[in-house]
Write a protein of this length. Structure first.
Length: 233
């Protein structure tokens, strides 16, 4: 297998459509040898690709914004745990797409997990505030230091990083549901502490003026109230 092609594709994916087929949603491949899952979440304008073992040990993540012309995908890299020097660079490559599979030349084939449904929070979100002592504390989403959460219809991942210093601070993800005002995360990987793999966390959620208000207990059992704003392209 051409390692460079695989690395580029694992790190770059895309949303939108090509030849009538949608890239929106989540895709998965099981890589040979080490039982590594490669999961890609594709939203409108942003994507993330992550590798972790089937027993939940985090390996790597990368992603950023994208544009697509025909079968040519261009990504602007915002974070890359294996090669942070790539942050800020543009990479263009060819994609191959069917209704249920996604691939690049000399790389593995990803199979569709979902098409962006049924979860109610599909999209790329930036943390834009927290409530502390009953008061909302806003956060500037244009600053280089970001906490982004990307969700398809069934998958979620958060990533904390800095586009200026190229520093990566942490990530976690897995599956999620949104039912009756409850947002539930089922953790499949957590870069800072894989002992949390397998945990399920339930939160209250509400969309207020387009912002996602999210409250409950963190994975450490601490109360939290977060506000997330949809990320514009």
């Amino acid at each position: 297998m051409n390692i460079r092609s695989f690395f580029l594709f694992g790190l770059l994916v895309f949303t939108g459509s090509m030849y009538g087929q949608s890239l929106l949603g989540a895709w998965e491949a099981i890589l040979p040898g080490d039982s590594i899952r490669s999961v890609v979440i594709i939203t409108d304008g942003y994507q993330v690709a992550t590798q972790y073992t089937t027993d939940g040990r985090f390996k790597s993540t990368n992603g950023g914004s994208w544009s697509l012309e025909g079968d040519q995908m261009t990504e602007v890299v915002e974070f890359d745990t294996e090669n942070p020097d790539r942050v800020g660079s543009e990479v263009t490559f060819t994609i191959n797409l069917t209704d249920e599979t996604l691939s690049v030349p000399d790389g593995p084939t990803w199979t569709r997990i979902d098409d962006g449904t049924p979860g109610a929070l599909n999209g790329a979100w930036l943390m834009s505030g927290r409530k502390r002592d009953g008061e909302i504390q806003s956060r500037d989403t244009n600053r280089p230091r970001k906490t982004m959460k990307i969700l398809s219809g069934t998958r979620f991942q958060w990533i904390a990083y800095n586009t200026e210093t190229k520093q990566f601070s942490g990530t976690g993800g897995g599956t999620y549901t949104t039912e009756d005002g409850k947002y539930t995360e089922n953790i499949e990987f957590f870069s800072r502490d894989d002992s949390r793999v397998g945990a399920s966390l339930e939160f209250d959620y509400e969309l207020i003026d387009g912002a996602w208000h999210h409250s409950g207990l963190s994975s450490r059992g601490q109360p939290l109230y977060e506000i997330w704003s949809i990320r514009e392209k």
